[in-house]
Structure formats: C-alpha cells, structure tokens
Design a protein around this ligand. Structure first.
Ligand code: ZN
Length: 469
C-alpha cells in the first residue's frame, strides 16, 4: 500500500530536540502521520509538498489547561478578579448552559486554539451538569480535528466549596463510551477539584478513581488564598503525589511544596495572563524551575484572556524577567545574563506541555518517530523581516495571524492561513446563537450583561469562613 507522505520543504526548522538542533533551512518528512526524517535537502519524490520558504517550522503548541466551554463568553471577565469570576461565571452563567451550548463553546474554542497553532488542547471541562453536557463537549473536541484531552471536571453542584460530594461517577461511562482506547487523538483525564475545593477524604477517593480508570489527573492548586493552606503538603502526607499529576497555577504554594512536587514527578501548568489579572499570586515560573520543574503553559479562563498562547508566552517571560531584574537591582548587581530565555519559553509551550499531558513520547518536538504535530509561522511580513533570530521572533513577534499552516497527526488542518474544511460561518453562528440564548434565559439574573460594563458582586465563601471579597 502506498504510504501517505508529506514533505515540508525549505523552512527554518526549530526541532526542540537537543540531539537534532535547529536548521536555517531544512525539510521535514511525514509518513502515515509520523515524522520520519528532518534535515537539509531530503531526497523525496513521491510526497505531497508543503512549501516552507519564509516559514519557521516548529512543533505544535500545547495548552495544558483551558475551560473551553467559556469561549462563548469571551472577554466577559476581562476586568474581573477571581472573586468576580466565581460569582459571575460559576454562580450565574455556568448553570444556564445546555449541552448544545457546551458543544458550541467547545467547538469555537478548540478551533480558535487550532487556528493559533495549538495542536494539543487540554479542555478542563468543569461545567458538566449532565451526561449530555459531557457528550457534547467530547463531540466538539473530536469534530475540531485537534489533538485534545477531555479533562472531566464535574458540574456546578460539585463546585460548591468545600464539597463533600465525590467526583461524578459518569466519568466511568465516559471512559467506556468514548475513551476505550488511549491511542486516539482525543483522550481522557480526570479534573478533580482537589483539596482546595473538596475535602481531603473526597480528594483521596477522587485520586483513587483516576488511578482505577488509568487516567491522569489535572488539578488546581496554589491559586490565591486557597493555596496558602498547604494543599500539596497535605496530599504529600497521604502519599498521593505522583507523576500522573499536573497541578495548575502553583502561585501560592510554598517552596517546599514545589520541592515535594518535583521529588514525586508532578508537573505544573501556569497561566500567567489570568494569574496576574485575577489575583492568583505571581506566576511561579522561576520558583518552579528552582525546585526542578519546568512549567507548561495554559490559557485557563478564556472568557477573560485571548485563546492563543502567544500572549501567555509573553506574559510568562516578561514577568519572570521582571522578577529577575528586580532582584538584581535590589541586590545592586545588574544581571549579566537573562535567566529565562526565549528558548525556555518556547519549550514551556511545546515539550513541557507534552510532558504535562503524558504525551512527550508522541509529541512536543520534531523528533523522528513522534507523531507529526507541526506548525508553520510566516516570516514574509513587516514584523518578521529581516529574520535575525527565529526563536526570539516567535516569542516576541508572532501572533495567530502569522500561523500559516497547522498539521495534527500528519493531517494538514490549516493551510495558507485558513483552517481546512471548517464551515466558519456555521461555527460562529452556533456560538452567537448559544450566547444569545443563554442571555435570554438569564433575563436579569445577577445583572448579567455583555458590553464590558458588568462587574459581578464579589464572591464570599461561607463554609470555610474565608471571605474573598
Ligand atoms: Zn482553571
């Protein structure tokens, strides 16, 4: 049988594989969805050609935590703190979602990610009020063509802290019905609330459920005040840390908790855009690295920040460089070199994302043998010419409009700057209709309105005695 071959020819290739390095000009050969060769002037005649002249060729980006369902309400929360978000999103909007709204949100949100070069998206899905909501979320992920992880995060009633409810057992059905194999483009994680939002006993049971189902865990920890109560130390005491876990945020975890994570192979996902806005605490980038954990990056609340990783990459590197320069200035010894480089930031968005998803043997670098998740960034434009430093240009100058081509598992899903085979009018119409329908059903619930002027009442916790107002 003839092999399905694709030759990406003549690009500036950044492999993110230290043994391969980078190439000013090289080709990438893909065969049956797999990268089989990377190097200059590959002699191949019987392959489909993708011209990469004036393109930077990179591994696809990985977003390790996004509440994709919120894409319908993009920018509703752009001026909110975390406590506004708990009231406005979780207390008002989330309960109004029907399964078709979840589908519409996940579809436009995942396509937005793909359009911006994110080939792997971890959909942190925590508005699953019925089994139909879960099915709708998975259906949209599958339809999008992205490599995705459906992180099952329960629904509204489970997110009333501090919860005594165990994780929704429907995840067992979801595992059986949709994810009987782990060798597919969309796979399953458990997204438990963890011991900030549920009791330690419930958390222990939820962890056991994930391990029984043989799926990884992604859990929020160290976001704002909740993280100051040493949640990771409590899990460590019970022997619950392990390499199957990613903690999201980590801002207010103590240094010794980060060391416990490192010692147990736990990975991290940081969302600096959201953390700086909503009051989670300062991004933990440098502290994580000092503890031995290179973070992955995430969008998080896509009803606040944009859904592409370029903004997050710049927020990450800018904040960390600011810390390092401030520390040097305070010590009276200017930095002789920047500790966090552009290459570091690019690795956080690629190989470290792959690691945090347990997919680093499959994706995250352009290593022959890995699946072909590849992006091409245009450089024949004013912002990228002359090209003097491809990684610096990617980190500081790139944006979704320069994502020329996207390949997922060997399939070209974006070409010449346009997603392939997507009825964008339909996707946009579904999103607007779903948003409008939710607004109609909300009537004047809690004063919800679009336009930018709605600041919800701050959240006040009751059971914990903590006030977040
Ligand atoms: Zn989150």
């Amino acid at each position: 049988m003839a092999k399905d071959r694709l030759l990406i020819r003549g690009g500036t290739v950044i492999t993110i594989d230290p043994s391969l390095g980078d190439f000013d000009r090289a080709d990438v050969l893909v065969e049956d969805g797999k990268i089989v060769a990377v190097g200059p002037d590959l002699q191949v005649t019987d392959a489909e050609l993708l011209d990469a002249t004036d393109r930077i060729v990179l591994p696809g980006l990985v977003d390790t935590h996004r509440h994709t369902w919120q894409a319908l309400f993009r920018n509703l929360a752009s001026d909110w703190t975390l406590s506004h978000y708990f009231t406005g999103l979780h207390g008002t909007v989330s309960g109004l979602y029907r399964p078709e709204d979840t589908y519409a949100g996940n579809l436009i949100g995942t396509l937005e990610a793909l359009d911006g070069g994110i080939t792997t998206l971890l959909d942190w899905s925590h508005n699953l009020n019925t089994p139909e909501h879960a099915d709708a979320a998975v259906t949209a992920l599958k339809e999008s063509g992205a490599r995705a992880i459906f992180a099952h995060g329960c629904g509204h009633r489970h997110w009333q802290p501090v919860s005594h409810l165990p994780h929704d057992e429907d995840v067992r059905r979801v595992r059986e019905q949709w994810f009987s194999s782990d060798d597919q483009l969309v796979t399953l994680f458990l997204a438990p609330r963890g011991n900030q939002f549920a009791t330690l006993e419930v958390t222990e049971r939820d962890w056991a459920l994930a391990r029984e189902l043989g799926i990884r865990i992604s859990c929020h920890a160290g976001d704002g005040d909740w993280g100051r109560n040493r949640p990771v130390a409590a899990l460590h005491e019970r022997g619950l840390l392990g390499p199957d876990i990613t903690f999201v945020h980590c801002n207010t975890l103590a240094d010794d908790e980060l060391e416990m994570m490192a010692a147990n192979g736990v990975s991290a996902s940081i969302s600096p855009d959201i953390e700086l806005q909503m009051g989670h605490g300062f991004p933990a980038t440098g502290r994580l690295i000092a503890a031995g954990i290179r973070p992955s990056l995430s969008i998080d609340v896509c009803c606040s920040n944009g859904g592409h990783l370029f903004g997050t990459i710049r927020a990450t590197i800018g904040t960390q460089r600011g810390f390092d320069n401030a520390a040097a200035a305070a010590a009276g010894t200017p930095l002789v070199e920047l500790k966090t480089t552009c290459r570091d930031a690019l690795e956080f968005a690629t190989i470290e994302g792959a690691r945090a998803c347990g997919l680093d043997s499959k994706i995250g670098s352009l290593t022959p043998g890995k699946r072909a998740d590849i992006i091409l960034i245009s450089t024949d434009n004013f912002g990228m010419t002359p090209m003097n430093n491809p990684i610096g240009a990617f980190v500081y100058n790139a944006h979704p409009g320069l994502v020329d081509a996207v390949i997922v598992d060997g399939t070209i899903v974006k070409r010449d700057g346009k997603l392939v085979g997507v009825d964008s009018a339909r996707v946009r119409r579904l999103a607007v209709e779903a948003r409008d329908d939710i607004l109609r059903r909300a009537e004047s619930a809690n004063g919800i309105r679009i336009g930018g002027g709605w600041i919800p009442e701050p959240y006040v916790a009751t059971e914990t005695g903590e006030e977040h107002a």
